[in-house]
Write a protein that binds this ligand. Structure first.
Ligand code: FAD
Length: 456
C-alpha cells in the first residue's frame, strides 16, 4: 500500500505487516514489541516526508537499513519503522576518491562495486550488514588495524533531523552531529539518507593464513599468537575463534577447536610481500601439529565469504562483547572450559588484538563518538535454532559474560547484548564522552522523536 504521497506503507493489521517488520531482521529471535506501521521510502524526499508525517502524528520513529542489529533495534514498541532498504545507491567519484552510498547498501555489494574500478573501502568482515548501522556504530571493518574503524572514512552525511529538516554534517558543517554520527549507532537522533566516504586504491595483495588446533591446546596457541603479534605490523589482522562441536574445522577426535586466521592487506604502494608480513608466525604454534592448515591469496571483496558462513541464516542469536587490557593469552584462558559446556555447538567466541596489541592507542582521541578501544576484544556469538532452547543458551551467555566481565573495560556498541544489559551502552564509550553524547542526543532530538538506544 502507498500513502497519499506514494510512500509505501504497511500498517498493523495488514496481511503483510508481520513480514514487513521481521523479515528484514537477520536474527530470528526478535523482541515482542511491534510498531504501528512500516514505511519504505525510495528517495531522500520520501524520508523527509516520512519523518514529518510521523512527527505530525505524534509517533515515535525507529530506523532500519540492513536489519543486522543483533538485538533487532529497529523493532520497537509503537510508532513508525522507517525501512531504508531501498536507499541502496552507490555513486563513485574516482577523481575525488569518494563514493556516495545509501544506508541500505550491503558491505559485500559495495566492496565488489569498488573493486571493479580498482578501489576499496573497509567494509565489515561479514558481507550482509547494511552500511547504515555499520558506519553509525563505528564499523569494525577489514584491515581496521591499519585503516581504522570504518566510521573514520566517512567524509560527510546527509541527515533528516527530528524536526523533519535536511542537513549535511561533516568536519566543517554541523560538526557536532558529525562527531555523534561516527559511533552513536542506534542512539543517533536522525535518519541518515547517504554517506560520502573516502576510498582507497585496491590493495596490491591480500593473503589469508589459517591454522586449526584442538581447543585443549588453547594456552599454547594463544601464547604463540600473542608473542608473534609483537612482531606483526598493523596491516596484519589476526583473529582467534574458539568453536563448538557443530562448526566446521573440528574432527571426531577433536570436536572443539581453536582457529587462528591472519589476514594481511598490502596497500597498493607497499613494499615487501604478504609472506614477509606473516613471517612472525613461523611454522605455526611451536611443538603442535595443526588439525588443518591453509594459506592463499584473495581479493578484498572475497574476504566476507568464509565469515558469512559462520552466521547461518534463520538462526536465533545472542551476541555480546568485551574489551579488556589483557593480552589474548590471558583473556582467553576461561574459554577452554566454557566452550565445552555450550548448549549449542554452533556458538563461538571471536577474539583479536586490534593493531596486534596497539588497539588502545589506535583511535584519534576525541575525534568521534566511537572512541573506546583496548588491547583485546572478545565477541561471543550464541547461535541455535529451536526456540525451546532459548533459556539454556541465554544461561550459557550469562555464564560466559560472568567470566569475562571482571576484567572487561568496556563493550562494542554494535555487537553488545544491549536489550538484556542497557548499561552496556554507556560502557561502549569513553567515560568522558558519554555525557556529551547524551547532551547532543537531547539537543538534536529534544522531543524524543527517535526511539534511541534499545532497552529491554
Ligand atoms: C551477521 C552479522 C555480522 C556482523 N559483522 C560485523 C562486523 O564485521 N563489524 C561490525 O562493526 N559490525 C558487525 N555486525 C554488527 C552490525 O554492524 C551492526 O549490528 C549494524 O548496526 C548493522 O547495520 P544494519 O544497517 O544492517 O542494521 P539495522 O538493524 O538496520 O540498524 C541498526 C540500528 O542502527 C540505526 N540505523 C541504521 N541505519 C540508520 C540510518 N540510516 N539512520 C539513522 N539510524 C540508522 C537504527 O537505530 C537501527 O535500529 C554484524 C552483525 C551481524 C548480524
Amino acid at each position: 500500500m502507498h500513502d497519499d504521497l506514494g510512500i509505501e506503507t504497511v500498517r498493523a493489521g495488514d496481511e503483510a505487516f508481520e513480514s514487513a517488520v521481521v523479515d528484514g531482521v537477520f536474527n530470528a529471535m526478535v523482541a515482542e514489541g511491534r510498531p504501528s506501521s512500516v514505511v519504505r521510502p525510495r528517495s531522500e524526499d520520501e524520508v523527509v516526508q516520512a519523518v514529518r508525517d510521523a512527527v505530525g502524528a505524534g509517533q515515535k520513529i525507529a530506523v532500519r537499513s540492513g536489519g543486522h542489529s543483533w538485538v533487532a533495534s529497529s523493532v520497537r514498541d509503537g510508532g513508525v519503522l522507517i525501512d531504508l532498504g531501498e536507499l541502496d545507491g552507490i555513486a563513485v567519484d574516482s577523481e575525488r576518491m569518494v563514493a556516495t552510498i545509501g544506508p541500505g547498501v550491503r558491505g559485500k555489494v559495495l566492496s565488489a562495486a569498488l573493486e571493479s574500478q580498482g578501489l576499496a573501502f573497509p567494509v565489515g568482515h561479514c558481507g550482509d550488514p547494511g552500511v547504515g548501522g555499520f558506519l553509525l556504530g563505528g564499523g569494525l571493518g577489514v584491515n581496521w588495524g591499519a585503516w581504522l574503524p570504518s566510521c573514520f572514512s566517512i567524509r560527510s552525511l546527509r541527515v533528516v533531523t527530528a524536526e523533519g529538516g535536511l542537513l549535511t554534517a561533516s568536519a566543517d558543517e554541523n560538526s557536532e552531529l558529525f562527531w555523534l554520527a561516527r559511533g552513536s549507532g542506534p542512539g543517533f537522533p536522525g535518519v541518515v539518507t547517504s554517506f560520502e566516504v573516502a576510498l582507497r586504491p585496491e590493495p596490491a595483495a591480500v593473503r589469508v593464513s589459517t591454522w586449526q588446533y584442538p581447543l585443549d591446546e588453547l594456552a599454547a596457541v594463544t601464547r604463540w599468537v600473542t608473542e608473534a603479534s609483537t612482531r606483526l605490523s598493523p596491516n596484519v589482522e589476526v583473529s582467534l575463534v574458539t568453536q563448538g562441536e557443530g562448526r566446521p574445522g573440528g574432527t571426531a577426535e577433536h570436536p572443539l577447536v581453536v582457529g587462528v586466521a591472519a589476514t594481511v592487506v598490502l596497500d597498493h604502494d607497499a613494499t615487501g610481500s604478504t609472506q614477509d608480513a606473516l613471517a612472525a608466525f613461523g611454522d605455526g604454534a611451536p611443538g603442535l601439529v595443526p588439525i588443518d592448515r591453509r594459506a592463499g591469496d584473495a581479493r578484498l571483496s572475497e574476504l566476507h565469504v568464509p565469515v558469512d558462513a559462520t552466521y547461518p541464516e534463520g538462526a536465533r542469536y545472542l551476541a555480546d562483547t568485551f574489551w579488556t587490557h589483557l593480552t589474548l593469552d590471558e583473556a582467553l584462558a576461561p574459554l577452554e572450559a566454557l566452550m565445552a559446556t555450550a548448549p549449542s555447538g554452533k556458538s563461538y567466541v571471536l577474539s583479536g588484538m586490534p593493531a596486534n596489541g596497539g588497539g588502545a592507542g589506535l583511535l584519534p582521541v576525541g575525534e568521534a563518538a566511537y572512541g573506546l578501544h583496548d588491547t583485546t576484544v572478545l565477541i561471543v556469538y550464541v547461535i541455535w535454532d529451536d526456540p525451546a532452547d532459548d533459556a539454556a543458551n541465554r544461561a550459557w551467555l550469562d555464564e560466559v559474560a560472568a567470566a569475562l566481565l571482571p576484567t572487561a573495560t568496556g563493550h562494542v556498541l554494535s555487537e553488545a547484548d544491549l536489550r538484556e544489559h542497557p548499561e552496556r551502552v554507556a560502557r561502549s564509550f569513553r567515560e568522558e564522552d558519554w555525557p556529551r553524547i547524551q547532551q547532543l542526543i537531547a539537543r538534536f532530538d529534544p522531543g524524543g522523536v527517535f526511539h534511541g538506544f534499545p532497552s529491554a
